[in-house]
Design a protein around this ligand. Structure first.
Ligand code: SF4
Length: 422
């Protein structure tokens, strides 16, 4: 029996692509292997959004040289955002890799496997279900071209899937036991503008909210310029839409936002946050921030830090700016912020956010929250609230895949802990 090993790094879109890849291979009769050494087919799903991610991919690829030397029959494939129209160049760098295929080009892997006589006789199912939660890509690509971002170059222009296709996939996922679906897109709130009927994310959420057996709906990642009143109202009124919105701000300074070509000012963002909070009671807001963008002064950074403290997000994902070859910022902005300064700024935002998140989460102590249980971690059940907070609890009863009411008795900045209610 053939085995595959699949290594994934990067965003939820990559995780969703890997779920599909795994489902495809499962359908072909492959079984998952515990390590590359135990596999017949090793696939790496790469990310190049930041230098650190690309370095980890390169390291993994280098480690696979020894695996190939020990077992020349093992097939090695590389997918994800490292693969562009650059397969020839990649083949020179990594001659031990047998096949390269882009994020939307599962067909290339299929074609390559067919030349090796390894195609399934029956059609492979496209859906993988291993948890009560699943990711469903609804719009691919990005038309925005923020000056620091490589995604539009690797994932192409925005392309939405029709509502009927998505609903069909979600119904099938629910039939297989999924209770929570996260709709994915690089700019998920831009969903639908490229389709003939021009539906929007609110229409999609409304359609999916009617699916029996589905318990929760989420969406990632939003862009402030596309977060419309209709979407906010839909989240407020649809019972399955979770009260959590990730809305990357990236910087709290107008000049930096302009250099990033984000298309909004800090004041617009503030107003949007106020509107969301006034329409969706108890909403959890999370954001992404980049520090050390070329030319970012101490004062400009201070504006970002002040905004984080003012808005009091539930979580902030902070990244130090990283040059990505091919992006506008790499080609045109030379005024690099030195690495130690970037590290300091990152630490300052993280420390401020840890304090804020600790305060927000501590307010939940003594309250009961609804948790969708995803699995066990070190003997404790683990799941998430509707507001996307990670919760651990002990219970001798099998809770896998269930909704549990958990009374919170301890809180940290990134987690909650409590007791299951009967
Ligand atoms: S909106 Fe900007 S940061 Fe987000 S994927 Fe598009 S170009 Fe990248």
């Amino acid at each position: 029996m053939a085995h595959y090993y699949l290594w994934t790094i990067g965003c939820q879109m990559n995780r969703a692509d890997s779920e599909r890849l795994a489902a495809y291979l499962d359908g072909m009769g492959y079984k998952p292997a515990a390590s590359p050494e135990a596999a017949d087919l090793v696939l790496l799903n790469s990310c190049v959004v930041r230098q650190s991610a690309e370095d980890r991919v390169t390291h993994q690829l280098d480690c696979l040289k020894a695996v190939k030397e020990a077992n020349p029959k093992v097939a090695i494939g590389l997918t994800g955002c490292l693969v562009d129209s650059n397969a020839a160049e990649l083949k020179q760098r990594f001659p031990h890799v047998d096949v390269f295929f882009g994020p939307q080009a599962l067909g290339n892997l299929e074609e390559w496997l067919s030349t090796r006589g390894a195609l399934p006789e029956r059609e492979a199912p496209v859906l993988a279900v291993r948890f009560p939660t699943a990711f469903v890509p609804v719009i691919q690509g990005c038309d925005s071209f923020c000056t620091y971002c490589i995604v539009p170059f690797r994932r192409g222009r925005e392309k939405s899937r029709p509502i009927a296709d998505i609903a069909c996939e979600v119904r099938e996922l629910v039939r297989r036991g999924v209770k929570e679906v996260t709709l994915l897109g690089q700019k998920v709130d831009a969903y639908g503008h490229d389709l003939p009927e021009k539906p929007d994310l609110a229409d999609l959420l409304t359609e999916l909210n009617g699916i029996d057996g589905l318990v929760r709906l989420r969406f990632l990642t939003s862009h402030p310029n596309h977060m419309s009143g209709r979407i906010i109202e839909a989240v407020a009124s649809l019972d399955k839409a979770c009260e959590h919105i990730n809305l990357p701000v990236q910087a709290g300074d107008d000049e930096v936002l302009k250099a990033m070509r984000r298309g909004y000012r800090v004041g617009d963002y503030r107003k949007l946050i106020d509107r969301i909070r006034s329409v969706i009671p108890g909403v959890a807001l999370t954001t992404d921030v980049i520090v050390g963008f070329p030319g970012e002064s101490d004062e400009q950074f201070r504006h970002t830090l002040d905004l984080v403290k003012e808005i009091r997000f539930d979580a902030v994902h902070v990244a130090a700016y990283s040059r990505r070859p091919g992006t506008w910022a790499t080609r045109h902005l030379k005024d690099a912020v030195r690495s130690p300064i970037k590290r300091d700024r990152k630490r300052l935002v993280e420390a401020a956010q840890a304090e804020i998140a600790q305060g927000i989460n501590t307010r939940l102590v003594g309250q009961a929250v609804e948790v969708l249980v995803e699995g066990k971690e070190k003997g404790r059940w683990q799941g998430r609230t509707r507001t996307d907070k990670l919760v651990f609890f002990s219970d001798p009863v099998d809770r896998a895949g269930q909704l549990a009411q958990v009374k919170i008795d301890r809180a940290g900045p990134w987690w909650l802990e409590g007791l299951a209610q009967r």
